[in-house]
Design a protein around this ligand. Sequence first.
Ligand code: ADP
Ligand code: MG
Length: 267
Amino acid sequence: MSLLTCHHVTKRFGGLVAVNDFSFDVPEHSITSVIGPNGAGKSTLFNCITGFYTPEEGKVIFRGEEIQGLRPDIIANKGISRTYQNIRLFSSLTTLENIMIGMHGRLKTGIISAILRPPRTRKEERWALEESLRILELVGLRGKGDVVATNLSYGDQRRLEVGRALASDPKLLFLDEPTAGMNPRESDNLTNFIRELRDNIGITVVLIEHDMRVVMGISEYITVLDYGAKIAEGTPREIQNNPQVIEAYLGTSGVEGAQAALAGQEA
Ligand code: ADP
Ligand code: MG
């Protein structure tokens, strides 16, 4: 069953069609990668789904409900969470505090209760702390709860981004270039972690990723964007052998280079 469907989504910036009549289905519990050259419209597509942009045309359907045009916080409360291409953490707050901020949509405490702190509020605070520690452990940052975010290694900051996104208890997680800037070991770790998340907590994952080794290793489905339009979709094997995809990745390195790049090998 598909958890999310995009139906003829178009997003324009002035004369530029950043996402062009895009449709796809994301099956529940799957891992799907969105790939394509720089400027292909991948991040814009994520922004249309998560409510940061309203598409001019088309529908985004999540669990049977149209969500295009809804506010990002409302979409987040429905069960869609995301990370950003550029890490967005509260850099002067601790690891644990960053995760607790990600939880706020799940808490009932309003401003009055936060001041009066009745037993119900204190109970919820305890629960939030326990839940945050659980997420910390889940993303492999146990023992680092008191570390100020800016002092974490780059790989750990990426993990914390995922932790913050998981704190809202999403059904569907969008990751925008989660391994960007990582060394091969860090990206292998993160890849395994993403797969475990899906296996262990049943979350559905859509990621934008440039590292073909990661893409081909982790994805069940791949969707290829070029100039805002979907040019191919299929399994990793189908994508590696798709002539249109090879052409989009040709560059200067020729067919063999493109095929090697798509296979995640050095040309
Ligand atoms: P990708 O993530 O695939 O690299 P983007 O979605 O960031 O691509 O960008 C797709 C196209 O839309 C690019 O040509 C980019 O310059 C343009 N674009 C993205 N965001 C904006 C914006 N806020 N205003 C105008 N143009 C934008
Ligand atoms: Mg992008």
